[in-house]
Design a protein around this ligand. Structure first.
Ligand SMILES: Cc1cc2nc3c(=O)[nH]c(=O)nc-3n(C[C@H](O)[C@H](O)[C@H](O)COP(=O)(O)O)c2cc1C
Length: 343
C-alpha cells in the first residue's frame, strides 16, 4: 500500500513513543485507509522477570495514548479498541495483536504545540537543577486521580533514599543473570553501535562512559569489590544527587487491562511533564527488583500494597535538567510499519 503524506507524518510522530530499554516493541499494520492494527513484538519486550510480562501492557498503553495524542497533534481523531492478548501469549517471539485503531483524518484543527511537546519529550538521566512547582505536581496527581490511581510526591529525605535505592537495584540486577543478559542485549556501548542499531539504551543517554559500562556489565563482581565498588556507586549517582523530586503511583495491577490503563496514564503524565518544561526519569528497576520494591514501599510508608487494589506501578524522578542526549529510533519504515509478509 502506498503511504500518503498524512500517514507518513503520523508514523514519524508516533515513532517518538517511549519504551522500556528503548526496545521499540510496537508494530503498526495499515489495514485500510482508516484502520490500523497494533501489534506487540514479543522479542522486543522485556522477559527476564515474571513481572516483565504484565509490565508489557504498560508499554502497550503508553503507545496507545501516544498514538492518540499524535493523531490529535496532527488534526486526526483516533479511536482505539484494545484486543489485549493473555499474559501467557507474551512469552516467546513473534507479533501479537493488542488493539485496533480507527482514524478519522482531518477531524480537528492540528495542534502544533502538542506536536512540539511529543517531539521534545525525553527521558533525562542528567542532574536536575530544579524540582517541580506545586501547581504542576498537583496537576500530575489529578491526572492519576481521574483514573482512580494515586500519584504521590516523596519528601526530600525519602527522595534521596529512593534515588539511592534505584542505584542499588540497578547494581544488584547485574547479579541476576537473566536480567544482566537482557540489559547487555539492549545496552549500546559505543557511538558506532548506537548509530547502527538505533534502538536500546545508549551509554550517552545513560550518562555513563561506554567502555566502563561494558566492562562492569561483563564483570559485575567489580561492584562488590572493596575500593572499586564505592567509586562506581558514586560515579553512577553523580547525576542524581540533585534537586529532583521522586513520585510514585499506586494502582490496581492484576489484569492485562489494568496494566494497559496504567500505561495510558503514564503517558498522560509524561506529556504534561514535557508540556510544563520538565523532564522525568523512570525508576522501573525498583518495581521489578523484588528487594528494592519492598524497601521502596517502606521508605514511602506504603502499608498495604495489594495487586487487586493498590500496587506500586510507576516511580520516577522529575525536574528541570539541561537537554538530555536524544535516544535513537529505528526509521518507522524498518520496524514500526508491519511488512506484508510478517505475522
Ligand atoms: C514503562 C517504561 C519504563 C521505563 N523504565 C526505565 C527505567 O527503569 N530506567 C530508565 O533509565 N529508563 C526507563 N524508561 C525510559 C526508557 O528507557 C526511554 O523511554 C527510552 O530509552 C527512550 O528514550 P526517550 O524517553 O528519551 O525517548 C522507561 C520507559 C518506559 C515507557
Amino acid at each position: 500500500m502506498a503511504i500518503s503524506t498524512q500517514t507518513h507524518q503520523l508514523l514519524e510522530l508516533i515513532n517518538h513513543y517511549p519504551s522500556p530499554h528503548n526496545g521499540q516493541p510496537i508494530v503498526v499494520e495499515l489495514v485500510d485507509k482508516t484502520t490500523l492494527r497494533l501489534y506487540f513484538d514479543r522479542a522486543r519486550g522485556l522477559q527476564a522477570t515474571d513481572i516483565s510480562y504484565l509490565f508489557s501492557y504498560v508499554s502497550m498503553g503508553v503507545f496507545a495514548e501516544h498514538l492518540q495524542l499524535s493523531g490529535k497533534a496532527l488534526g486526526h481523531e483516533i479511536a482505539l479498541t484494545p484486543t489485549l492478548p493473555k499474559e501467557s501469549e507474551l512469552r516467546g517471539e513473534g507479533l501479537v495483536p493488542f488493539a485496533q485503531a480507527t482514524v478519522k483524518w482531518d477531524a480537528s484543527t492540528p495542534d502544533g504545540a502538542l506536536q512540539g511537546v511529543l517531539e521534545a519529550r525525553q527521558t533525562s538521566r542528567k542532574k536536575y537543577f530544579e524540582g517541580p512547582d506545586a501547581v504542576t505536581a498537583k496537576e500530575l496527581e489529578t491526572i492519576a486521580a481521574e483514573e482512580s490511581m494515586s500519584l504521590v510526591q516523596l519528601d526530600a529525605k525519602a527522595t534521596q533514599q529512593a534515588i539511592w535505592l534505584n542505584q542499588r537495584a540497578v547494581f544488584d540486577d547485574l547479579f541476576d543473570e537473566p536480567v544482566r543478559q537482557e540489559l547487555n542485549h539492549w545496552l549500546r556501548y559505543s557511538k558506532a553501535e548506537k548509530e547502527t542499531k538505533r534502538d536500546g539504551l545508549s551509554y550517552d543517554c545513560m550518562q555513563i562512559n561506554g567502555g566502563a559500562m561494558k566492562y562492569v556489565v561483563n564483570h559485575p563482581k567489580l561492584l562488590r569489590t572493596p575500593g572499586i565498588g564505592p567509586i562506581l556507586k558514586q560515579y553512577y549517582l553523580r547525576t542524581m544527587k540533585d534537586s529532583s523530586s521522586v513520585f510514585y503511583m499506586l494502582a490496581p495491577f492484576q489484569t492485562e487491562e489494568q496494566s494497559y490503563e496504567i500505561g495510558r496514564v503514564v503517558m498522560r503524565i509524561w506529556k504534561r511533564v514535557a508540556e510544563k518544561g520538565y523532564s522525568l526519569h523512570p525508576f522501573g528497576t525498583i518495581m521489578s527488583n523484588v528487594a528494592a520494591h519492598k524497601d521502596f514501599a517502606q521508605i514511602a510508608g506504603i502499608e498495604h500494597e495489594s495487586r487487586e487494589k493498590s500496587y506500586l506501578v510507576f516511580i520516577f524522578r522529575m525536574g528541570k535538567s539541561k537537554p538530555a542526549v536524544r535516544s535513537e529510533r529505528i526509521p518507522y519504515q524498518e520496524h514500526l510499519l508491519k511488512k506484508e509478509s510478517t505475522s
